[in-house]
Design a protein around this ligand. Structure first.
Ligand code: TMP
Ligand code: ASP
Length: 235
């Protein structure tokens, strides 16, 4: 199989395959936070995130969510449909935390009556700014119909994953999704779902996600291992 590196991200490298509509995502042993401001090599992280994200995407595919995920092909690699990424980070919050608490001056841990969906403009040089529907229209990033679909689909994914994590006594506090257009122009879920891009709190309120790295609370792979072990109990 000829493979060429087409994109090198902070957490993954993307390679071509012999099929122009299929790519390989290789998960890296690297942790970053604050738009790359904090960066460390973390042995074993790539494998853990590939395992966790493959597992979650299999569950989403089985639940009828259209995703890019095809299959896991090695410890650190998976096959995905090639998409044109929509430059939006779609964040859903079930519980106040992180930048939400900071921006609005509210404590962390308040359960939101209705989950809140937010958009951020994926643009490193601008530090991924907060963006609303009208900015998205002005910048011609996606149509109003597509924005409505992204919101609804994100809420649906939230219902599936909240139940999944509840079953293993973890609260899905918030998460970030990315979507893309497939070869037929259809919007499908892309990127990854791992403790790198969600917050998971255990029953004691321990952080079981990348906040361990962001906030210097301990060994990142120790908590990712626990999440992976717990997920394997879900059948
Ligand atoms: P935030 O509270 O920092 O805005 O993060 C909200 C959620 O989005 C949290 O689960 C972490 C995730 N996230 C990413 O996946 N990538 C990012 O660049 C940021 C800022 C947050
Ligand atoms: N994903 C961003 C980074 O890698 C920020 C974060 O997750 O906190 O720098």
């Amino acid at each position: 199989m000829t493979r060429q590196l087409i994109y090198s991200g902070k957490a993954k490298d993307i390679y071509t395959t012999d099929d122009e509509n299929v790519i390989i995502a290789q998960y890296k042993d690297q942790a970053t936070a604050f738009n790359g401001g904090k960066k460390e090599k973390v042995a074993g992280k790539g494998q853990l995130n590939n395992q966790i994200s493959s597992f979650i995407f299999e569950k989403l595919n089985a639940a009828g969510v259209a995703t890019h995920f095809i299959k896991k092909i090695s410890d650190t690699e998976q096959l995905n449909q090639r998409v044109e990424i929509i430059p939006l980070e779609v964040v859903l919050r079930n519980v106040t935390a992180g930048s939400f608490s900071k921006r609005f001056g509210v404590e962390e841990g308040i359960v939101l009556k209705t989950p809140i969906v937010e958009f951020y403009y994926k643009k490193d040089e601008l530090d991924d700014p907060f963006i609303n529907d009208e900015h998205i229209a002005f910048l011609d990033i996606a149509s109003p119909e597509d924005v409505a679909y992204l919101k609804e689909e994100t809420r649906r994914i939230n219902r599936i994953l909240t139940a999944l994590f509840e079953a293993i006594d973890l609260t899905l506090v918030d998460f970030k999704l990315e979507f893309g257009y497939d070869k037929d122009g259809k919007i499908i879920l892309a990127d990854e779902f791992s403790p790198d891009n969600c917050r998971l709190w255990d029953a004691q309120g321990n952080h079981m996600d990348k906040d361990v790295f962001r906030r210097g609370l301990g060994e990142l792979t120790d908590v990712y291992e626990i999440v992976w072990k717990k997920l394997q109990e879900v059948k």
